[in-house]
Write a protein of this length. Structure first.
Ligand SMILES: [Zn+2]
Length: 264
């Protein structure tokens, strides 16, 4: 289960890993805690939320995952109790083994509050008297943070790194379902709207170059741990995760069981 603030967050951070899970027969759920109704320069409100919901549905089909968009306003998310309870119920209903989301250090308040909401749901998912209408999980899931570039108060630490080289193209195709974002809103913010290619194939290639997250020396070391030194050298795209201390703390054997795409 991957929880993001906006319809496209889970896609960018965890899309390749999700494709691999889906191919191995696992059920993956993407959640957007907000409906994305502020993410555009000319559309907004309910009309934009409707567009973003249908883009998320299409992305879900392309990834092979279920995509659920919660109806909270974009740009105004707070870590309030009702949303925490919503997430607790969703994690329980999905019977999640692994819950993935952002760290609380981020430029966007919705990302920070999503991180707090997830951490506030961790552990509580096993407490029967919290949201007693939904049966608690028997054991706390493993909670993981997605990769980010923020350095303070401490940088992201890649505990688990997944080689997504072989599914990177498919990831970009799925990410591109969020047309209003990757070909309109984000280029508008960056002042590069005039550089977006018109032709479909060129658009995907352009997006693929933009979205490649950096394989830092730390990530390369993590890839070597999970895939062996030889293979790690040839990996061109990766997604990394840091273990959150508020969930179950998995050892290496459990990580290999939970992430069967990792090498032996
Ligand atoms: Zn976001």
């Amino acid at each position: 289960m991957v929880i993001g603030a906006h319809p496209d967050d889970a896609d960018v951070t965890t899309g390749g890993t999700a494709i691999q899970f889906a191919k191995l027969g696992h059920r993956v759920l993407f959640i957007s805690v907000t409906n994305g109704d502020a993410g555009h320069f000319s559309n907004g409100g309910g009309a934009l939320a409707k567009i973003r919901r249908s883009e998320a549905e299409e992305a879900g089909l392309r990834f092979g995952v279920t995509y659920k968009v919660l109806d909270n306003h974009d740009g105004e998310l707070t870590a309030d109790l009702n949303i925490r309870l919503d997430l607790i119920r969703l994690i329980r209903e999905w019977k999640a083994d692994v819950v993935i989301g952002p760290r609380p250090y981020d430029y966007h308040p919705d990302h920070r509050n999503t991180a707090i909401l997830i951490q506030d749901a961790a552990f509580m998912v096993i407490v029967p008297n919290i949201a007693p209408d939904t049966p608690p999980l028997k054991k706390n899931p493993v909670f993981l943070f997605v990769q980010d570039r923020f350095q303070k108060p401490n940088p992201f630490s890649p505990d688990i790194s997944v080689d997504i080289s072989d599914v990177y193209k498919q990831k970009i195709y799925a990410v591109a379902a969020h047309e209003s974002q990757f070909f309109e809103w984000l280029p508008w913010l960056a002042g590069t709207l005039d550089q977006v290619p018109q032709e479909e194939e060129a658009k995907l290639e352009w997006l693929g170059k933009q979205r490649k997250s950096e394989i830092t020396p730390e990530i390369r070391t993590s890839l070597a741990k999970w895939y062996g030194v030889e293979r790690s050298k040839s990996i061109t795209a990766a997604e990394s995760f840091e273990i959150c201390e508020y969930g179950r703390m998995p050892g290496d054997d459990e990580i290999r069981r939970l992430f069967p795409m990792l090498g032996n």
